[in-house]
Design a protein around this ligand. Structure first.
Ligand SMILES: Nc1ncnc2c1ncn2[C@@H]1O[C@H](COP(=O)(O)OP(=O)(O)OP(=O)(O)O)[C@@H](O)[C@H]1O
Ligand SMILES: [Mg+2]
Length: 560
């Protein structure tokens, strides 16, 4: 029993190890493959988004720079091909402006400002002739430089705009030709950078970080942005997590001689959403295949290991039976030798005791005062010799290889006889022997007389174990063409250490002189000889059941 439990524990441990190894072998490559594929795929997609963004940014930077330079050049050409006096006249300025408007719609108005900052001529939608600009930032700036492109400002008209102004010195006196540029043109360039994608924004900031253009919200214009202004650099830079937003990726570039910073943002989360879909699909596939691996591994391993364990158990049971049979045979030989040797002296002692008894009946001895004592002693000798003979006869019974007498045996009727034989004794001890027979039990080819001995031994043991008040059930069932007999009692049961020894010859828990310990070992030998098996199941406090399985015919088995 303990051995079986140990075997079961051993296989359970082995199975757990096996499952762990299979999981390790199956999952490590799966995780590695999935992980690296996802990593490379996401890196490639991100790289593609970055490159695309950089390209758009470069394109927009070139377009806007070109646009501003073109307008500044056109204005310079006008200033240097016309005099202050000429353009200072409104009708001349009007003609020139109309010509310019025909080829370029970006110009919104045009003005000529003298060296004192006064606008002497103005063509445009507002009434700005005579306006004084000497205190404005842009006037001061254009007097310093020859060409000046302003930041976006509200000015007199209170509408965001920016200007391009060109200074010309004529006869030692400076004058300025100034025009207003429609910011919608630049806005339009920026909008095309967005490619209409969700969550994206493109805007231009002044050096101080003030919005010049915003595609997302016109109200932001001239408000301060939170963008951390970088130092001046050449070309295009791109970065992840612009102004603290992890999900944003942006490309930045300095425009207009490093006065404006162009920012084009893309929402990385949105751009990567196809990748997230791929990730989710891959994850679902991973989970499903993991479940399949786990379930099939556990099921297959369980089945294979159960089969292995069964085969192993059967093997160890078989070898245990072989060892037991060998031991029984050896002990049997020894016992028959001893029995034979003791039987002869016992016969002599018995005969001599009889003769002494006869002699004591003679006249003179009869009168001896010790006559009755002597008679009692000879009776005692005879009684003990008889008991010795009984033990020897059992020993001989155990040792003797009685020939098997085959015949068609109806196990139910053999058990019936056992019942009749022992029922009186059982009733006396208030024990009920119940018969639970399978009615259509096949008759088998075996030795009925020897089986009877086995049943009597087992039922006798059960009666002894119960001692008083209890039940013994005699159960029969068909099994694989043969018969299964169970003899169950409601006795005290046996602890495991007793169960392990009960089939050993001379093992008994009964007091000296009461049991020889040969009943079960003899029975075991008989059942094995008849091609069957004798096993036991017992639980302390509940009872004991002996199982005897018998084949349909023991002839082939024993002959084989
Ligand atoms: N049904 C049972 N319930 C509890 N213990 C049992 C039962 N059957 C057998 N045993 C135990 O097994 C021991 C061995 O039994 P076995 O029949 O071989 O010898 P015995 O009954 O002691 O002696 P003998 O059969 O020679 O009178 C018994 O002493 C008893 O301890
Ligand atoms: Mg017994």
């Amino acid at each position: 029993m303990t051995q079986e439990k140990e075997l079961h524990r051993y296989y359970a441990r082995l199975r757990t190890k096996f499952i762990a190894i299979i999981f390790f072998i199956a999952f490590i490559p799966l995780i590695l493959l999935g992980g690296t594929t996802y990593y490379h795929y996401s890196a490639t997609v991100k790289e593609k988004i970055r490159k695309e963004l950089k390209l758009i940014a470069k394109n927009r930077k070139d377009t806007i720079d070109l646009f501003l330079n073109d307008r500044a050049n056109s204005l310079s050409v006008l200033a240097y091909t016309h005099t202050f006096d000429y353009l200072g006249k409104k009708e001349n300025l009007h003609n020139v402006f109309q010509l310019l408007k025909m080829v370029d719609s970006a110009f919104q108005d045009m003005g000529v400002i003298n060296s004192n900052g006064k606008q002497v001529a103005y063509i445009g939608p507002y009434h700005l002739t005579g306006k004084q600009y000497s205190q404005t930032e842009w006037f001061k700036a254009v007097m310093k430089k020859n060409v000046y492109i302003s930041d976006v400002f509200l000015g007199f008209r209170k509408v965001p705009h920016f200007i391009i102004a060109v200074k010309r010195i004529e006869n030692g006196k400076p004058w300025i030709l100034r025009t207003t540029i429609d910011i919608n043109m630049i806005n339009h360039f920026m909008c095309t950078a967005l490619l209409g994608k969700h969550g994206a924004d493109a805007y231009i900031l002044s050096r101080e970080g003030t919005y010049q253009i915003s595609t997302a919200d016109n109200d932001l214009i001239l408000t301060k942005s939170e963008f951390k202004m970088p130092s001046v650099f050449r070309g295009i830079k791109e970065m992840e997590g612009c102004h603290g937003e992890k999900a944003l990726i942006c490309a930045i570039a300095w425009l207009k001689n490093n006065d404006w910073l162009m920012v084009i943002e893309q929402d990385l989360k949105y751009e990567l959403s196809p990748m997230v879909r791929v990730k989710n699909t891959a994850l679902s596939i991973f989970i499903i295949s993991s479940l399949i691996i786990i379930i099939s591994t556990i099921l297959i391993t369980k089945r294979v290991f159960a089969r292995l364990e069964k085969v192993d158990r059967e093997k160890s049971q078989l070898s245990e039976q072989l060892v037991r049979s060998d031991r029984l045979a050896a002990i049997g030989k020894l016992a028959s030798g001893i029995a034979h040797e003791i039987n002869n002296p016992l016969a002599v002692i018995s005969e001599k005791a009889g003769w002494i008894g006869d002699l004591l009946t003679e006249e003179d001895v009869k009168n001896s005062p010790n006559y009755s004592e002597l008679i009692k002693s000879t009776e005692d000798i005879k009684k003990h010799v008889k008991r010795g003979k009984k033990v020897i006869s059992r020993l001989m019974g155990f040792a003797r290889k009685e020939e098997v007498v085959y015949g068609n045996v109806d196990i139910n009727s053999v058990l019936d006889e056992t019942h009749d034989f022992l029922n009186k004794k059982a009733i006396y001890q208030n024990i009920a022997i119940m018969k639970e027979f399978h009615e259509d039990l096949p008759s088998i080819v075996t030795d009925g007389a020897q089986l009877q001995q086995v049943f009597i031994n087992i039922v006798n043991n059960a009666i002894d174990a119960i001692n008083k008040d209890g039940v013994i059930r005699l159960i029969t069932k068909g099994r694989d063409g043969g018969v299964l007999i169970a003899i169950a009692d409601t006795g005290p049961g046996m602890p495991e250490e007793v169960q392990e020894k009960i089939f050993n010859p001379f093992f008994t828990t009964k007091p000296v002189g009461k049991g020889t310990g040969l009943g079960l070992s003899t029975s075991y030998g008989i059942v094995e000889k008849l091609g069957g098996h004798l096993t036991v199941e017992s639980e302390v406090g509940k009872g004991t059941t002996f199982y005897i399985t018998l084949p349909p015919s023991c002839e082939q088995k024993t002959k084989g």
